[in-house]
Design a protein around this ligand. Structure first.
Ligand code: NAD
Length: 229
């Protein structure tokens, strides 16, 4: 039984019909990143930001997990697996994975910008929604924006240090600190593997890489890992 840390990004959900994040032109679903994924953008136009995430929440709810999400859940039959995702959708959970670490938060969570209370997000969030704890109309999605600290980093680093293998799936290697995990893993002497449609920004840092659509290369890799266990 190997201890495996799997990091996933937008690429694993692409074939479920959820668009990836366009780091190259700085746009996500035709919006500027600074407008929809920063605390400053939310302060400037909370209505736009809530509408943007309401749309993302609806799109995620309408999507189905694909063969790559489901294959990762099967990997736990023979290995100790920690799934760390940058994704804010819940397709890993719906694909059968448990204990997923959402380092960038989740569309299904709401957070009070005033007091920090967290609760389950309604399907449609509105700027006038009061916080259930303090009553302030300061509801925001529980999503980690640029300039904010990702969640559960100590746990992630601990899992990485204890792992035998680090696998990065469908992530461009542009967003830190996740982009730095491969260097952390190498530093700790752990084997590293990239599974991506094409070589990512940090591709050369991995011991091995396989390129192709996640729905093909992830199930194939999982089948090999289960056969070898
Ligand atoms: P990214 O969009 O920067 O990179 C996507 C990567 O996936 C690219 O390297 C691309 O080559 C690869 N890819 C595309 N289609 C693929 C496929 N079919 N199979 C395998 N790989 C494929 O995404 P990122 O690195 O995750 O960083 C983007 C940030 O945007 C994250 O912080 C995340 O929170 C957010 N985001 C999340 C979602 C989601 O929850 N599904 C969607 C878009 C953006």
């Amino acid at each position: 039984m190997a201890r495996i840390v799997v990091l996933t990004g937008a690429g694993i959900s692409a074939e479920s019909g959820i668009r990836t994040f366009r780091a190259a032109d700085g746009l996500w679903e035709d919006h500027r990143i600074e407008d929809v994924a920063t605390p400053e953008g939310f302060a400037r136009d909370p209505e736009l930001v809530l509408r943007f995430y309401n749309e993302r929440r609806a799109a995620a709810a309408a999507a189905e997990p694909n063969a790559a999400h489901r294959a990762l859940a099967r990997l736990t039959q023979a290995h100790q697996v920690t799934v760390v995702t940058q994704n804010v959708d819940d397709l890993h959970e719906r694909g059968g994975s448990r204990g997923v670490i959402h380092m960038h938060g989740t569309l299904n969570g709401a957070l009070c910008a005033r007091c920090g209370h967290r609760w389950t997000a309604p399907r449609v969030m509105q700027v006038t929604d009061p916080c259930p704890a303090c009553g302030a109309p300061a509801s925001r999605p529980d999503i980690v924006w640029f300039g904010e600290m990702p969640y559960r980093m100590a746990e992630i680093w601990q899992a990485l240090r204890a792992a035998d293998l680090f696998v990065s799936i469908g992530t461009s290697g542009n967003v830190y600190p996740a982009a730095g995990f491969v260097a952390d893993a190498r530093h700790a002497g752990i084997a590293t593997l990239e599974l991506n449609l094409e070589p990512s920004a940090g591709s050369r840092l991995f011991d091995a890489a396989r390129h192709g659509p996640a729905t093909q290369i992830v199930p194939a890799w999982v089948a090999e890992m289960l056969a070898a266990a």
